[in-house]
Structures are given as C-alpha cells and as structure tokens.
Design a protein around this ligand. Structure first.
Ligand SMILES: Nc1nc2c(ncn2[C@@H]2O[C@H](COP(=O)(O)OP(=O)(O)OP(=O)(O)O)[C@@H](O)[C@H]2O)c(=O)[nH]1
Ligand SMILES: [Mg+2]
Length: 390
C-alpha cells in the first residue's frame, strides 16, 4: 500500500519525517516504496527546519500563515490553526499535485498532535478538503494524544484534544489513535524522548505497507494482505500494535520437525507475538469493541504454516468476537516472527469519552454553571457538545 503522508504541526511533521525514513528503509532493504511522498505543513519555521528526511524544498516543507504568526506557530490556539489551514488549502493541494508518484497513491495519511495548535486545528480542515477534491481516495488521520502531565497542567491541551478528535472523526475515513502516555509507561528509557516514541509509533506500519507492494514472487505470501484489505478494514476509531517472537538460529538437533513439540513451539511463538501486539496497542482499548480487525504475520517462510495463521485467527476471534477479521502472511524476514494487529471501527473508547467529558466540564466552568452528572454520559452524548474546528 502506498501512502501520501502529510504531517501537520511539529508532532505531525516529525512523525511524517519518520515515515519518510521508513520508506527509505523499505527501499534499501526490500526495494519497495511504501510512500508516494511525505510532506510537512507548519506555521513554525524552526520546526520545519528541524526535520531530517522530508525533502527541504518549499513544496515538501510548506510554511503556512507566516504573516500571521511571524513563523512562530499559533501558540496552541487550534482555532487559529484551523483558520490558517482554511486560507492555505490551495498551497497544500498545489504541493500534492506536483508529487511525482501521486498517481500511485492508495490513500492519504495525515498526522497531528491533538493538544497543540497548528496540527490539531488544521488536520480536520485539510482532511475535509482532500475528501472533497479526491473523491474515492481514502483519507486517514493519525492523532497523537498528549502526555498525562500536559493534560493536568494545560487546560488548553484537553480542550484542543477534544475539538480535534471530534472534528477529525467527522471527516476522516479512519482515525488512528496514538497515546503518547502509553509509550512512556512501556519503556521508561523512552521517557520523554520523542524521537524514540516516534520510531515506535511508525514501526507497526512497516510490514503492513510492504506486504502488498512485493513484486518478487519469493516474498509473496499464500494470503497477501494488500491495500484493498487494509482499506476495507479501516473505519472510525482505530488502533495498531505489533509484537515479535525471536526465532533461534538453530532448532535443537534432537527435535525432528514432525515432533509434536516442534509444532507446539511453532504456534506458541506466533501466539506470543500476537499477545504482545494486543498488549502494546497504540492506545489501551477493549478488543471486544472492535467491528473490524486485521493481522499480518511476517516471518521466514518455514515458520508460517497455514495452521499457524489459522490458529492466530481463532485467537483473535476470541478476543474480538464482533470483529470482521482479515489476515495475511508475509514470508520475508529472518530471525523473528512479527505479528501486526489493527483493531478498527471501535464502538467506544474510554479515553476519548473522558476528553469529551472533561472539555464539556471546562466549557461549563467557563460559563460558570457546572454541568450535572457528566461522568456517566456516553461517547455519543458528549460528542455532540464539543465545538468543531471545521
Ligand atoms: N509523539 C510525539 N508527540 C509530540 C511530538 N512533538 C510534539 N508532540 C506532542 O504534540 C502536542 C503538541 O503539539 P505540537 O505538534 O507541538 O503543536 P503544533 O501543531 O506545532 O502547534 P503550535 O506549536 O501550537 O503552533 C503535545 O501533546 C506533545 O506532547 C513528537 O515529536 N512526537
Ligand atoms: Mg509548533
């Protein structure tokens, strides 16, 4: 699957930059391009200068609202971010039009941090514009949720996040949710090292995007997961994760391949990788709430019998009984068995309902009449009360 990636604001730009690096890796390791191109849009000159891989010309690093902000960002005012995006959609479309491989693009992937101003305010506006202009081409969003500490110290962070989530949900074909706080908990060394967080955010996309782009027959799976399967799976609130089992270089000599222990070993490695993928989802959620799901197993061909794939499918069905599940195998790498999992069309996500509830409380505090019993409200009810950025 080939994506045209557009990063908005600092967070979005940096993650788009990581996607550009992923593309270089695909090209170098596998001779595959997974991106049609990568573009960064920002109101801040310094942020644009700090990128490493996205091409440095003005069609790839697009400065918007320079006159309004003097090139220093919108200072977390996402309404201003939205306004500037509306005024500059032509500039962004012009850049997309000259993209060399635009005709190969399967979908757009727009990325932004929800708590900031530029990315948070502009992502829904640009998404809506792309949807209207390129009818039939899916537009997906990646929304990065703030660290807990930001939520507790900056009221604006919660408010921006709620407005961004609502607006993006209304216009995008699917919204990948990335919880910054998850990555802190998982690995204390990553702590607030954003570069490490970003690398981990994009990693689960690597095999998923490569699998359908393979042209070498040797690496085409029995059941290829291609762009069509991914597009059919993605809808609404979505999370992604990846797990890995190391494969020892040599099997114990005493264990013949037909031995039952060998078989057990084979399936347990795959099951372990899937458990890890579900445990490391980009946002904590209950798989039972998923309406659609997919998994991709990437491993050396001999590690991937149809039995293993089927068993993983059964496992996932138990975890996500209401999900329509798609799957694929990708006989590619050496030394490990990786399982990437996407859960999509999530009916409810507690963390999002919490943002909406908190934002409504903030609004009512601002109007100095406290709301009654918001804690017990459901996602749909809270959703209606959040202002939009469109
Ligand atoms: N994962 C990750 N999160 C980031 C990164 N940079 C910023 N963030 C998060 O994104 C939010 C802030 O958004 P930014 O992207 O910095 O804001 P902006 O869109 O540039 O908007 P303004 O600076 O207000 O004009 C905060 O929650 C940060 O924790 C990054 O490189 N990686
Ligand atoms: Mg900024």
């Amino acid at each position: 699957m080939k994506l045209l990636v557009i990063g908005l604001g600092q967070c979005g730009g940096r993650i788009a930059d990581r996607f550009a690096r992923l593309n270089h890796r695909g090209h170098a390791q596998r001779g595959i391009n997974v991106l049609a191109d990568a573009i960064a849009v920002n109101t801040d000159v310094t942020d644009l200068s700090g990128l490493r891989t996205i091409k440095p010309d003005y069609k790839h690093r697009i400065l918007v609202g320079g006159q309004r902000t003097n090139g220093h960002g919108v200072g977390k005012v996402s309404e201003l971010g939205a306004e500037i995006a509306k005024e500059n959609t032509d500039k962004i479309i012009d850049a997309i039009r000259v993209t060399e491989r635009f005709y190969e693009t399967d979908a757009f992937l727009l990325i932004a941090g929800a708590a900031g101003g530029t990315g948070s305010g502009s992502i829904a506006v640009v998404t809506q514009h792309l949807k209207e202009r390129y009818i039939g081409k899916p537009v997906y969003n990646v929304i990065v949720l703030p660290f807990r500490q930001e939520e507790t110290t900056e009221t604006r962070a919660v408010f921006n996040t709620a407005m961004c989530l609502k607006s993006t949900y209304l216009v995008a074909d699917a919204v990948f949710l990335i919880d910054n706080q998850r990555y802190v908990k998982k690995d204390s060394a990553a702590d607030r090292n954003l570069s490490t967080v970003n690398a981990r955010v994009v990693e689960p996309f690597y095999n998923l995007l490569c699998a359908g782009e393979e042209t070498n027959q040797k690496y085409v799976g029995a059941r290829t997961l291609d762009a069509g399967d991914i597009i059919q799976t993605l809808a609404g609130w979505t999370v992604i994760g990846e797990g890995r089992s190391q494969i020892p270089r040599r099997m114990p000599l005493c264990m013949p391949k037909r031995d039952f222990r060998y078989k057990m070993n084979e399936t347990s490695k795959a099951a372990h990788a899937m458990d890890q993928a579900l445990g490391e989802l980009s946002l904590t959620c209950d798989p039972k709430d998923a309406g659609r799901a997919l998994y991709l197993v990437t491993a050396p061909p001999k590690e991937m019998s149809m039995e293993v794939i089927k068993e993983l499918g059964d496992n996932l069905k138990l975890m996500a009984p209401d999900a329509l599940i798609r799957s694929g195998d990708y006989p590619r790498q050496k030394g490990s068995l990786d399982v990437a999992v996407v859960l999509s069309e999530l009916r409810t996500v507690r963390k999002i309902t919490n943002y909406f509830t908190k934002a409504i409380d903030l609004i009512s505090v601002m109007k100095s009449k406290r709301g009654l019993g918001y804690e017990t409200r459901q996602l749909e009810e809270t959703f209606n009360d959040i202002p939009m950025l469109l």
